[in-house]
Design a protein around this ligand. Structure first.
Ligand code: SF4
Ligand code: SF4
Length: 322
């Protein structure tokens, strides 16, 4: 018990503080140095960073009720442990002697129970909704369990139910596990390959420039850097195909990989029927062709790249004016 409340706790706190400070600094420099738009003023970049405190806010209108539930969960997840009277007493008797006004016990209890109930809801939702089930990996189930356990055991320990010592030890151990997980937990943008048409609307709208696209050979590649992403959800709100998603990912490797651009998706490009070069994304052009065919509009120009299409139009207008 003394090891769990002593060296293990301080080591965990140290890992958490170091990892979070490094990630915050990396995000600050990545956003401030963003080359997306050289005209962006410092004020805009600082405001962009400020918006990272309200993750997912741009995508909230797509599903406001679920967004409200997620915000409630995350607020309670942070506020309840920071203002729990038991934690403040523990800090006040430590060598630091820090203390602040705690939350009234009924409030802390309500917030703690809300975290446990909502975690159970997220867990069941993942099991029950087929679309989410397909995207959910096992670490995400583990993440929900790890988030709920310290709150459940903390509630039981606070009310001194069962064997107080055993429950408190479990609470400390699971709380320390949650801190380590939080240090290496990322909210990462992800493209659903089955839905993405490669239109690049998300790249244009991404406020930090972390999403980029590059056409190489017969493919358009999308790259992304975790440390430059503020999790605003603009890509989700912009995507016309509902292909962009933000996923939680726990990864030690991701901590180091988060500082470099990684490929997160690719789509095939269409070949120009005149000059043979690769131009717009195949899926997107096929989609437009389908829409135009439905409206009985001419679609032949979509077979050619910009250059050939312009040449074709010039030739056509020359013929018409002859
Ligand atoms: S990748 Fe998406 S969530 Fe991240 S900063 Fe860009 S728009 Fe926002
Ligand atoms: S994720 Fe959506 S917005 Fe981004 S390229 Fe794919 S379809 Fe377009």
């Amino acid at each position: 018990m003394s090891f769990v409340m002593g060296p293990l706790l301080w080591t965990t706190l140290l890992i958490f503080i170091l990892a979070i400070s490094t990630r915050t600094l990396a995000c600050f420099f990545a956003v401030m140095r963003s080359g997306k738009n050289e005209d962006y003023r410092w004020r805009y970049r600082l405001a962009t960073l400020g918006r990272s405190l309200l993750p997912f806010y741009r995508a909230a209108p797509k599903d406001p009720l679920y967004a409200a539930v997620r915000y409630a969960f995350h607020v309670c997840l942070v506020v309840a442990p920071l203002w729990a009277s038991g934690h403040i007493v523990m800090l006040s008797v430590s060598r630091f002697g820090w203390s602040w006004a705690p939350l009234p016990d009924p409030w802390a209890d309500a917030m703690t129970l809300l975290v446990v109930i909502l975690a159970a809801y997220f867990f069941i939702r993942r099991l029950a909704v087929r679309d989410i089930q397909l995207n959910a990996s096992n670490p995400r189930y583990v993440l929900i369990v790890i988030s709920a356990f310290p709150f459940l055991t903390g509630f039981i320990a606070h009310h001194q139910w069962f064997d107080y010592r055993a429950v408190l030890t479990t609470h400390m151990l699971t709380g320390e596990a949650l801190l380590v997980v939080a240090a290496f937990l990322f909210c990462r943008t992800w493209f659903n390959a089955a839905k993405c048409t490669g239109c690049a609307a998300c790249v244009i709208k991404c406020p930090t420039g972390t999403l980029e696209s590059r056409d190489k050979g017969r493919f358009r590649f999308f790259t992304y850097c975790t440390s430059q992403c503020i999790g605003c959800g603009t890509c989700i709100a912009t995507c016309p195909e509902d292909a962009a998603e933000l996923h939680h990912e726990i990864s030690l490797k991701g901590f180091f990989r988060g500082f470099v651009k990684q490929e997160i998706g690719s789509v095939e490009l269409k070949v120009c029927e005149k000059c043979g070069c690769f131009f717009g994304p195949m899926l997107q052009l096929e989609q437009v062709e389908g829409m135009m065919a439905d409206r009985k509009m001419g679609i032949s120009t979509l077979k050619y790249c910009d250059k050939c299409r312009r040449r074709l139009m010039l030739n056509l207008s020359a013929v018409l004016h002859r």
